[in-house]
Design a protein around this ligand. Structure first.
Ligand code: HEC
Length: 143
Protein backbone atom coordinates (compact mmCIF):
# COMPACT_ATOMS: atom_id res chain seq x y z
CA UNK A 1 0.00 0.00 0.00
CA UNK A 2 2.68 2.43 0.96
CA UNK A 3 5.11 1.63 -1.83
CA UNK A 4 2.89 2.58 -4.78
CA UNK A 5 2.01 5.81 -2.97
CA UNK A 6 5.69 6.57 -2.44
CA UNK A 7 6.36 5.76 -6.05
CA UNK A 8 3.61 8.07 -7.12
CA UNK A 9 4.89 10.79 -4.88
CA UNK A 10 8.42 10.47 -6.12
CA UNK A 11 7.17 10.33 -9.72
CA UNK A 12 5.16 13.44 -8.99
CA UNK A 13 8.13 15.13 -7.43
CA UNK A 14 10.26 14.17 -10.37
CA UNK A 15 7.77 15.60 -12.80
CA UNK A 16 7.51 18.86 -10.98
CA UNK A 17 11.27 19.14 -10.62
CA UNK A 18 11.51 18.57 -14.35
CA UNK A 19 8.99 21.39 -14.74
CA UNK A 20 11.14 23.63 -12.65
CA UNK A 21 14.13 22.77 -14.81
CA UNK A 22 12.09 23.45 -17.96
CA UNK A 23 10.81 26.73 -16.56
CA UNK A 24 14.31 27.67 -15.51
CA UNK A 25 15.58 26.96 -18.99
CA UNK A 26 12.73 28.95 -20.53
CA UNK A 27 13.31 31.81 -18.10
CA UNK A 28 17.00 31.69 -18.83
CA UNK A 29 16.26 31.85 -22.53
CA UNK A 30 13.93 34.77 -22.03
CA UNK A 31 16.51 36.46 -19.85
CA UNK A 32 19.25 35.78 -22.36
CA UNK A 33 17.22 37.03 -25.31
CA UNK A 34 16.26 40.08 -23.26
CA UNK A 35 19.87 40.51 -22.31
CA UNK A 36 20.96 40.13 -25.91
CA UNK A 37 18.35 42.59 -27.15
CA UNK A 38 19.31 45.05 -24.42
CA UNK A 39 22.96 44.57 -25.33
CA UNK A 40 22.11 45.09 -29.01
CA UNK A 41 20.16 48.23 -28.15
CA UNK A 42 23.07 49.52 -26.11
CA UNK A 43 25.49 48.80 -28.95
CA UNK A 44 23.16 50.52 -31.39
CA UNK A 45 22.90 53.59 -29.17
CA UNK A 46 26.66 53.65 -28.67
CA UNK A 47 27.25 53.40 -32.41
CA UNK A 48 24.73 56.19 -32.99
CA UNK A 49 26.48 58.37 -30.44
CA UNK A 50 29.90 57.75 -31.95
CA UNK A 51 28.48 58.34 -35.44
CA UNK A 52 27.14 61.61 -34.06
CA UNK A 53 30.48 62.44 -32.53
CA UNK A 54 32.08 61.91 -35.92
CA UNK A 55 29.51 64.12 -37.59
CA UNK A 56 30.05 66.87 -35.04
CA UNK A 57 32.40 69.65 -35.98
CA UNK A 58 36.00 69.65 -34.88
CA UNK A 59 36.52 73.16 -33.56
CA UNK A 60 40.23 72.63 -32.84
CA UNK A 61 40.88 71.62 -36.45
CA UNK A 62 38.54 74.45 -37.50
CA UNK A 63 40.63 77.03 -35.66
CA UNK A 64 43.77 75.95 -37.56
CA UNK A 65 41.98 76.12 -40.89
CA UNK A 66 40.52 79.50 -39.96
CA UNK A 67 43.99 80.82 -39.13
CA UNK A 68 45.62 79.50 -42.31
CA UNK A 69 42.86 80.12 -44.85
CA UNK A 70 40.05 82.32 -43.55
CA UNK A 71 41.79 84.83 -41.31
CA UNK A 72 43.32 86.53 -44.36
CA UNK A 73 39.93 88.13 -44.99
CA UNK A 74 37.92 87.48 -41.86
CA UNK A 75 40.41 88.80 -39.32
CA UNK A 76 40.70 92.32 -40.64
CA UNK A 77 37.50 92.45 -42.70
CA UNK A 78 39.27 92.41 -46.06
CA UNK A 79 37.12 92.71 -49.22
CA UNK A 80 33.98 93.17 -47.15
CA UNK A 81 34.35 89.95 -45.14
CA UNK A 82 32.62 90.02 -41.76
CA UNK A 83 35.35 90.24 -39.12
CA UNK A 84 35.67 87.35 -36.69
CA UNK A 85 35.41 89.84 -33.83
CA UNK A 86 32.34 91.63 -35.27
CA UNK A 87 29.44 89.92 -33.51
CA UNK A 88 26.90 92.35 -34.91
CA UNK A 89 27.89 91.28 -38.43
CA UNK A 90 27.68 87.57 -37.60
CA UNK A 91 24.43 87.41 -35.62
CA UNK A 92 22.12 87.92 -38.65
CA UNK A 93 24.25 85.53 -40.73
CA UNK A 94 24.14 82.85 -38.01
CA UNK A 95 20.34 83.20 -37.94
CA UNK A 96 20.28 81.66 -41.43
CA UNK A 97 21.39 78.44 -39.79
CA UNK A 98 24.70 76.63 -39.81
CA UNK A 99 23.80 74.61 -42.92
CA UNK A 100 23.42 77.78 -45.00
CA UNK A 101 26.68 79.21 -43.71
CA UNK A 102 28.52 75.97 -44.41
CA UNK A 103 27.01 75.65 -47.87
CA UNK A 104 27.88 79.29 -48.71
CA UNK A 105 31.43 78.77 -47.45
CA UNK A 106 31.86 75.58 -49.49
CA UNK A 107 30.30 76.84 -52.70
CA UNK A 108 31.21 80.48 -52.25
CA UNK A 109 28.69 83.27 -52.59
CA UNK A 110 28.18 86.85 -53.62
CA UNK A 111 26.62 88.84 -50.80
CA UNK A 112 25.88 92.49 -50.05
CA UNK A 113 29.32 93.29 -48.67
CA UNK A 114 31.54 91.31 -51.01
CA UNK A 115 32.39 87.92 -52.49
CA UNK A 116 33.13 84.92 -50.36
CA UNK A 117 35.28 82.61 -52.53
CA UNK A 118 34.45 78.88 -52.55
CA UNK A 119 36.34 77.17 -49.68
CA UNK A 120 37.92 80.54 -48.85
CA UNK A 121 39.89 80.19 -52.08
CA UNK A 122 41.64 77.01 -50.87
CA UNK A 123 40.30 74.25 -53.11
CA UNK A 124 42.40 71.71 -51.16
CA UNK A 125 40.03 71.93 -48.20
CA UNK A 126 37.49 69.14 -47.80
CA UNK A 127 33.83 69.88 -47.02
CA UNK A 128 34.48 68.71 -43.45
CA UNK A 129 37.40 71.10 -43.05
CA UNK A 130 35.38 74.05 -44.33
CA UNK A 131 32.51 73.04 -41.99
CA UNK A 132 34.93 72.87 -39.06
CA UNK A 133 36.24 76.36 -39.77
CA UNK A 134 32.72 77.78 -40.16
CA UNK A 135 31.83 76.20 -36.84
CA UNK A 136 34.90 77.73 -35.25
CA UNK A 137 33.84 81.18 -36.51
CA UNK A 138 30.29 80.65 -35.23
CA UNK A 139 31.51 79.42 -31.83
CA UNK A 140 33.58 82.59 -31.39
CA UNK A 141 30.40 84.67 -31.64
CA UNK A 142 28.89 83.08 -28.54
CA UNK A 143 31.89 83.96 -26.37
C1 HEC B 1 39.18 86.38 -50.04
C2 HEC B 1 38.52 86.75 -48.82
C3 HEC B 1 37.86 85.65 -48.02
C4 HEC B 1 38.41 84.49 -47.52
C5 HEC B 1 39.84 83.99 -47.66
C6 HEC B 1 37.36 83.82 -46.79
N1 HEC B 1 36.21 84.54 -46.82
FE1 HEC B 1 34.46 84.06 -45.95
N2 HEC B 1 33.62 85.76 -46.66
C7 HEC B 1 34.27 86.72 -47.45
C8 HEC B 1 33.38 87.81 -47.73
C9 HEC B 1 33.70 89.05 -48.52
C10 HEC B 1 32.15 87.47 -47.12
C11 HEC B 1 30.90 88.32 -47.07
C12 HEC B 1 30.04 88.11 -48.31
C13 HEC B 1 28.77 88.92 -48.21
O1 HEC B 1 27.92 88.59 -47.37
O2 HEC B 1 28.66 89.88 -48.95
C14 HEC B 1 32.35 86.20 -46.46
C15 HEC B 1 31.36 85.53 -45.75
C16 HEC B 1 31.56 84.34 -45.11
C17 HEC B 1 30.54 83.64 -44.37
C18 HEC B 1 29.12 84.09 -44.15
C19 HEC B 1 28.22 83.39 -45.10
C20 HEC B 1 26.81 83.90 -45.03
O3 HEC B 1 25.92 83.14 -45.48
O4 HEC B 1 26.56 85.00 -44.54
C21 HEC B 1 31.10 82.50 -43.87
C22 HEC B 1 30.44 81.46 -43.03
C23 HEC B 1 32.46 82.50 -44.32
N3 HEC B 1 32.70 83.61 -45.05
C24 HEC B 1 33.35 81.52 -43.99
C25 HEC B 1 34.65 81.48 -44.43
C26 HEC B 1 35.56 80.43 -44.12
C27 HEC B 1 35.20 79.24 -43.27
C28 HEC B 1 36.74 80.72 -44.72
C29 HEC B 1 37.98 79.90 -44.70
C30 HEC B 1 37.87 78.50 -45.09
C31 HEC B 1 36.57 81.98 -45.40
N4 HEC B 1 35.28 82.41 -45.21
C32 HEC B 1 37.55 82.62 -46.12
C33 HEC B 1 35.58 86.67 -47.86
C34 HEC B 1 36.47 85.66 -47.58
Amino acid sequence: MIMPFMKNLSAGYHESSFDIVTITIIMENIFMSRFISVACCALFVISMISADAKAAYDVVAGKKIYETTCAGCHKGGLLGAPKLSDKAAWVPRIKQGLDVLVSNAIKGFQGKTGTMPARGGNSQLTDAQVSDSVDYIVQQQSK
